[in-house]
Design a binder for this molecule. Sequence first.
Ligand code: GLC
Length: 541
Amino acid sequence: MKWWQKKSVYQVYPKSFLDTTGKGTGDLRGVIQKLDYIQSLGVGAIWLTPFYPSPMVDNGYDISNYTEIDPRFGTMADFEELVKEAAARGIKIVVDLVFNHSSDKNQWFLESKSGKTNEKADWYIWRDEKTNWRSIFGGSAWEFCEERGQYYLHTFAKEQPDLNWENPKVRQALYDAANFWLDKGAGGFRIDAIVYIKKPKEFVDGEPDSDGMSSIHNMTAATDGILDFLREFKEKVFDGRDIFTVAEANGVQPKNLSEWVGKNGVFDMLFEFSHVNIMFENGAEIWHRAKLYKLSDWKKTLTESQKSTKNSWYPIYFENHDRPRPVNTFFPSGSDKILAAKALATILFTLRGTPFIYQGEELGFENTKFDSIDDYDDISSRGNYDLARADGLSDKQAMKFVQKFSRDNARTPMQWNSEKNAGFTSGKSWLPVHEDFKVCNVENQEKNPDSVLNFYRKLSKLRNSSEVLISGEYEEFFPENEELFIFTRTLNGKKFMTLVNFTTHEVNLPEKILAGGKKIAGNYSDEKNYFRATEAAIYEF
Ligand code: GLC
């Protein structure tokens, strides 16, 4: 077992974590200050989302220099101190590699767009003609550049031009940047949007949608040949290092995971999206087209991922900086949110794989709600709103979907205490703090032995100290059941069973299922022979 299989990972979105200067946005020194808190969750690594120089069109996922720190987040000395202080607590710092695209303010792009013959002329994807592809954040995926007299491709915002991975010099420059961070002491990488780096041979129009465009995700995700690039990436950067890699891969199906991860794959783990995007057709996140789904279908995605990573490894996650808060997403409305947060934690720490905790998840954060689209910072919220309006929805209807799915739901500041701005900043917070901060905050939850926070700590400890929960085999029971999720983990005759009631009513348990078992954790303290609303428990056999 490797170090990153034995502990959890905590994801920090530095902009919303802790501001130590009063400017209204968080910084690296804020992360240093809270290392003891993070350590208390039993984690072995912190995944930091981008802190590199950036115009912040997409909050740092538009990088203008791959090997520096944005002054808003601090200095290189702060980064080095963070690595050192974290190491003193047994924690490694994992950095985010955004290699599908850069910022349009990156020196590489400025040079590339200046003409057709400069040294970096084909570092990006330039064409005389455009296709009907719609970018992930809305609008055409092609932007005309007057200076060069051609279109360039952008999978995401127009300020995020796609790099041309076919060019070996581009690949080498990216590998050099990755190695730079390893030399600085990074303990691994989260690799952004990797499924889009290989473009199809032919650039042709796709099946048009209601707005006459076709989702670029459907046209380019996981194109044949992508694994050749990735094998080279592995050889030039990851091989022989004691690090872990986890790649973001919307569009890779659970059944194909074995080609991507493990011994014959390229990464240690892959964030596939089948369980978090179950409401979207083909994973294309068009919010107002979200469909209802059955619990059995959701459970099936998790079971398939567990099965296809049987001989490799899986990053268990329900939240990150791109997802709405799961207590509002995966439980029926009317569910008690504290019970729901603990129920998800019960699954998070008992599936097979490394649990990824996203800041605020360990407090049971809920979605936020702004009334006007102008109040949203998240660029994808605006794209989705426009698309909904173009599809004929009223402002009110479109806003309902923005409120439900906006990435700003995950980006409201951490709630440290019940003082001004929840203790996040002494200045004006870049995004409003959630209105529940006086009740839901770290200080309050520290004091309450029954809080979500202390439940996370308890389960994390249980998982980190149990061979069965770390490496035991996964098996699902009653997959067709539309109310309960039941699975076991077994190793050398020892067994744990997780049971979660996803409804808001009492549910009878399958007969004798708990015979011989002893309850060791749960979100209700006592036991009945049926499961109450949103009840979750772990039994040991
Ligand atoms: C990934 C990131 C997301 C970003 C996008 C473009 O999905 O997680 O935040 O907007 O890639 O880089």
